[in-house]
Write a protein that binds this ligand. Structure first.
Ligand code: BGC
Length: 558
């Protein structure tokens, strides 16, 4: 985030920062509701005479609402825009926060928390998506993780609110009701930020998109990015939603869902919701346990800050994998702790240390990286739906783990439960190691192209491209008939009025036996040079193997 803030503040404008700040209020609401209930419940149960089952439903109605909210948001983000979906979720949040504060009985409270969940689930995925689409690639990690920072700040604020308000009259009503303030801030704030440029292009409003990008990108970046988006949007029109599960995007859906589900299966919300309970298992007094829970909240914030500082420097994978290894070790230690009576007796500090290590490891890796990755890895044509699928998976796993934690403790014991989490931590590490790509510093379109490849052009397009290439001096006969690649590329590029002589020999040396006829623009040499502004024309390009899987057409090299 250092790069993000520095670029935003010192750079060309603080506009990106404003966008991220306002959009990330959605994350704050998510965090506040996650954190607030553990403390509020202590008072609600007395006041509303809520039994165990009622309490369970008061907690989990929000999670069920969130699952449905995320589903609805996938549709709404495309239909009415990311911007208005977020504003809508702010409005619903305000109403539901007030309704929960004024609930007169358990069913009313459950209903209000369900509606609150609709809003939180919706915001939980539109926020990172919107921020990712507004932020330039080199600082996107910091920008999106800002949302996670707001989630953990929300959790910490909720802990503080629980602690500070516990002495006042109608305490739990205040705890739940004050959340209407950030909800209102989100609603109002969304009137002061623009539409997502990607959404604008999808709706055929490229000129508006250009203007929005002009406020957050350098001038010479705008055209390239708009044409990139247009390119992907035109592919989007040729694909159906079913392709999301059957086509080449399926591996990405698996990665998104894997991240989503493992993020919860390692038991993070067990720690968030039940840390006082876990600490009281160690023999700690209730008061001390509540205070220590605050420490866990602080560690969560501190290490999330560290993560956002590091994500765009060291990359996503090292933090994700390193953090998951760390939390797996902490879970194993907790398992051992609850297995060995002597430890519980003589070293109760060990449980607290293990919980803190767990929280720190989660906060530096899996916490922010999941939300970041799902805003980065999916092709635009499926992005909102695929993010919704991942978000729904995350909330559903959250619900299952939180709902069954105490049951697991009674079925397989405390140590068994933590060892189960640790085993899942090992599985998660292996999955991340094998499956999750590095996305640092790459445009969303690049990530998409490499991960999925594109569909070959329809035949008509290939023929049209060949014709243009022929007229530009890189004729079909040349390609088929033995002219060297260097020659083809040089002639083609020269015909487009580009001086690429310095890049060219290297590109061609690095080339594999294929060349492309490609729409829009061509990337030469896997990252160092772009041929922009061939938009109306087609260019012949040569590329390394990864580019061979791009849409386009291969010709034999000589
Ligand atoms: C997770 C939440 C969790 C929070 C804790 C988020 O990334 O999605 O379920 O409560 O991190 O910091």
């Amino acid at each position: 985030m250092a790069a993000f803030v520095a670029s935003a503040v010192k750079g060309r404008n603080p506009f990106v920062l404003r966008i991220a700040l306002i959009a990330a209020i959605g994350g704050f609401l998510f965090g506040y509701d996650t954190g607030v209930i553990s403390g509020a419940l202590l008072f609600i149960k007395k006041d509303l005479h809520a039994g165990k089952a009622a309490q369970q439903w008061i907690v989990s109605s929000l999670l069920i609402g969130a699952i449905l909210g995320a589903i609805a948001a996938g549709y709404l983000a495309d239909r009415i825009s990311r911007r208005w979906t977020k504003a809508l979720s702010g409005a619903v949040y305000v109403i539901a926060a007030l309704a929960s504060a004024f609930s007169q009985n358990v069913p009313e409270l459950i209903a209000a928390r369900f509606v609150l969940g609709l809003s939180v689930g919706c915001a939980s995925f539109v926020s990172p998506m919107y921020i990712a689409e507004q932020t330039p690639p080199r600082i996107r990690g910091g920008g999106v993780s800002f949302n996670q920072l707001m989630i953990v700040s929300g959790i910490l604020c909720a802990y503080i609110a629980d602690w500070a308000l516990k002495g006042v009259a109608a305490n739990w009503r205040w705890m739940l009701g004050v959340a209407a303030i950030p909800g209102l801030a989100l609603l109002i704030g969304m009137f002061f930020v623009p539409y997502s440029p990607r959404w604008l292009v999808e709706k055929g409003r490229s000129e508006d998109a250009r203007q929005v990008l002009g406020r957050t990108r350098a001038d010479d970046e705008v055209d390239g990015e708009v044409s990139d988006i247009e390119d992907v949007v035109s592919q989007q029109r040729q694909t159906s939603l079913r392709d999301m599960f059957t086509g080449r995007a399926r591996p990405l859906i698996v990665i998104g869902l894997g991240l989503a589900i493992f993020q919860q299966l390692v038991g993070v919300n067990t720690v968030i919701y039940y840390s006082p309970t876990i600490l009281s298992f160690t023999g700690m007094k209730a008061d001390a346990a509540v205070t220590q829970a605050l420490t866990i909240g602080v560690v969560n914030v501190v290490f999330t800050v560290l993560a956002v500082l590091l994500l765009d420097r060291v990359g996503r994978r090292p933090l994700l994998i390193g953090g998951t290894v760390g939390l797996t070790v902490a879970l194993t230690v907790l398992g051992v702790f609850f297995q060995v009576a002597a430890l519980q007796h003589d070293a109760s500090w060990l449980a607290l240390v293990a919980l803190l290590v767990f929280m720190a490891s989660f906060a530096i890796g899996l916490g922010p990286v999941f939300w970041l990755m799902i805003s980065e890895i999916f092709p635009l044509r499926y992005r909102s739906h695929a993010m919704a699928v991942s978000t729904v998976g995350n909330w559903a796993a959250n619900f299952l783990v939180s709902y069954f934690f105490l049951s697991f403790v009674s079925w397989i014991g405390k140590s068994g439960t933590f060892w189960l989490y640790a085993a899942l931590g090992i599985a998660a590490t292996a999955f991340f190691w094998v499956k999750v790509p590095e996305t640092k510093g790459r445009s969303l379109e690049e990530v998409e192209r490499e991960a999925v490849g594109g569909d070959p052009y329809p035949r008509d397009d290939v023929a049209a491209a060949d014709d243009v290439a022929t007229s530009r001096g890189a004729g079909r006969e040349s390609l088929a008939g033995g002219v060297g690649l260097t020659d083809v590329v040089r002639r083609s590029a020269t015909s487009l009025g580009r001086d690429v002589s310095s890049a060219m020999p290297h590109s061609v040396r690095a080339a594999t036996p294929c060349s492309y006829v490609m729409a829009s623009h061509a990337k030469i040499d896997g990252g160092s040079a772009w041929l922009h502004s061939c938009i109306a024309q087609r260019c012949v390009m040569v590329g390394p193997p990864s580019l061979c899987s791009l849409r386009g057409r291969c010709f034999p090299s000589r």
